[in-house]
Design a binder for this molecule. Structure first.
Ligand code: F6P
Length: 487
């Protein structure tokens, strides 16, 4: 099998590079070992809309990394525009933040088509394509247009929202139609898969039977593959990281005080404002925790040229300073707030130094920080994870303390409870969580998805039967109903 993995952002394989985001950091070890070609953006752009895609190839483990310069004329419309100002807010159920234009959508489609042309260079007879994430919803359809018959899988790292939300993106019907060119679509949770299936039924008038949709593209299977981490490797990294200068300086600075840690991209989906309000409330309601517990919040700047992100950055900075002004002392700062990225190695050590991990997004596909925090703990004296019930990770990590990130009082109470949880309960919860992390490892996720994609066999277009009357008006006769292949 010749595997080609595609994602907008890629990782370069250096252990202490600042965190590149959930997807890239998670994929790096498995792609490196698989011998795959990993294709993604170089971060540079190139002039000339019709330019031939050129890839800079580097070795990556047993395989290769192919970096594409994306077309300059369409990059902003694709990345800052349609992907991150229309799709990202919609996928995270923030219809109020959707900013969309036809030009941005055209650029998004252009970049998808450009990447598809570039991928042809990596196609061999037994190639499997595995496309990652919301940047490339229409890439499979572009590959089919170019005559590619190989199996093509797609994994969505974000949530898929309720129909009423995705309906706010004017081109959603086009995109969902294009997505049916994939043989297999993987989701993080059952809710995401059900929301997508509801959209296929209602917007395209197609049936989803036993997780399979049949369209003019052929059969598309919808399945759930929760992404994981290599928990034991992360635990070893955390144990080793104690001697890292940043980690030992942090530990020395605490003087017996307890620490809670939050590590997030500066993104409105991460619930930072609510989290800081919860700490504010906790210190007001439990004054005994003043000087006894502080928060280290790492908030890595992200997508800074987009207005919503700029606004959030100012809002969080103002709030942190208000809370520090309200509760701080000449020799005590309640919230240490850092706007930079750290490598996985240092982060592992920082997580292990904190008695509480706060992962409280308003909505999140999975959230691998939650899993990393658990894996980094010492089994002898583990910290406690406080986790939003709206993160995909909450489906597996139900032995964490689950919170509603909109309930500030509830979060304040739960964080205080986490800070004082007795050792035997912490150990018991940690053991349960580690068992789950080991069962759903990143290696297992990778293997399960590829097995399912290979099981689906080569891409075969299907014959078209007439649609039921109710949906025929919407779609014409290009789509068909079918007998499911999966039981
Ligand atoms: O699915 C979310 C994701 O693609 C993750 O890889 C990461 O959390 C983030 O988005 C990266 O965003 P960007 O590439 O825009 O920095």
């Amino acid at each position: 099998m010749n595997l080609v993995v595609v994602s907008n952002r890629v990782a370069r394989g250096k252990a202490n590079e600042p965190m590149t985001g959930g997807l890239a950091a998670a994929l790096l070890p498995v792609v490196e070992n698989s011998g795959a070609v990993w294709v993604g953006s170089s971060g540079r752009v190139r002039d000339g809309a019709q330019a031939e895609p050129i890839a800079q190839i580097e070795q990556l483990g047993q395989g290769a990394l192919a970096l594409l310069d994306l077309p300059a004329a369409h990059y902003a419309g694709y990345y800052e525009g349609f992907a991150n100002s229309a799709l990202w807010p919609a996928l995270h159920s923030r219809s109020d933040l959707i900013r969309v234009s036809q030009d941005d959508y055209n650029s998004y489609r252009e970049v998808n088509s450009f990447v598809a042309r570039a991928l042809l260079k990596f196609q061999k007879q037994d190639t499997l394509f595995w496309i990652q994430d919301y940047h490339f919803l229409s890439l499979g359809a572009e590959l089919r247009t170019l005559g590619v018959k190989s199996p093509i899988g797609f994994f969505l790292h974000t949530p898929w929202p309720a129909r009423s939300v995705i309906d706010s993106v004017p081109n959603h019907r086009d995109l969902v139609t294009a997505m049916l060119a994939y043989d297999l679509i993987g989701f993080q949770t059952e809710d995401d898969r059900e929301n997508f299936a509801a959209c296929v039924r209602a917007d395209l008038g197609l049936q989803v039977r036993n997780g399979v949709v049949t369209s003019r593209h052929g059969r598309t299977r919808l399945a759930v593959f929760p992404i994981g981490i290599d928990a034991d490797k992360f635990a070893q990294q955390a144990a080793k990281a104690a001697s890292h200068p940043d980690v030992s300086r942090l530990r020395r600075s605490l003087h017996g005080e307890k620490l809670a840690i939050g590590v997030d991209r500066l993104d409105y989906s991460k619930g930072l404002v609510n989290r800081i309000n919860a700490f504010d409330r906790m210190w007001s309601v439990h004054p005994t925790l003043l000087r006894a517990a502080s928060l280290l919040q790492i908030a890595t700047p992200s997508r800074e040229s987009i207005e919503a992100y700029g606004n959030l950055q100012s809002e969080v900075a103002r709030l942190v300073s208000e809370v520090n002004g309200r509760h701080g002392e000449v020799d005590w700062t309640p919230i240490r707030y850092l706007n930079k990225g750290y490598g996985q190695g240092v982060l592992a050590g920082l997580y292990r130094s904190a008695q509480v991990g706060v992962v409280t997004p308003l909505h999140d596909g999975m959230n691998l920080v939650a899993k990393e925090y658990v894996a980094a703990q010492s089994p002898v004296d583990p910290g406690v994870l406080v986790l939003s019930k709206f993160a995909g990770a909450a489906n597996e990590l139900d032995a964490a303390l689950l919170v509603n990130p909109h309930d500030i009082d509830g979060m304040a109470r739960t964080i205080a409870m986490a800070l004082s949880m007795p050792l035997n309960e912490r150990r018991m919860r940690h053991q349960i969580l580690m068992t789950k992390l080991r069962r759903h490892s990143i290696q297992q996720w990778f293997a399960d998805f590829l097995d399912a994609l290979q099981d689906d066999g080569a891409h075969e277009p299907v014959e078209v039967e007439p649609l039921p009357a109710a949906s025929a008006g919407l779609l014409g006769s290009r789509f068909m109903s079918s007998t499911a292949r999966y039981h």
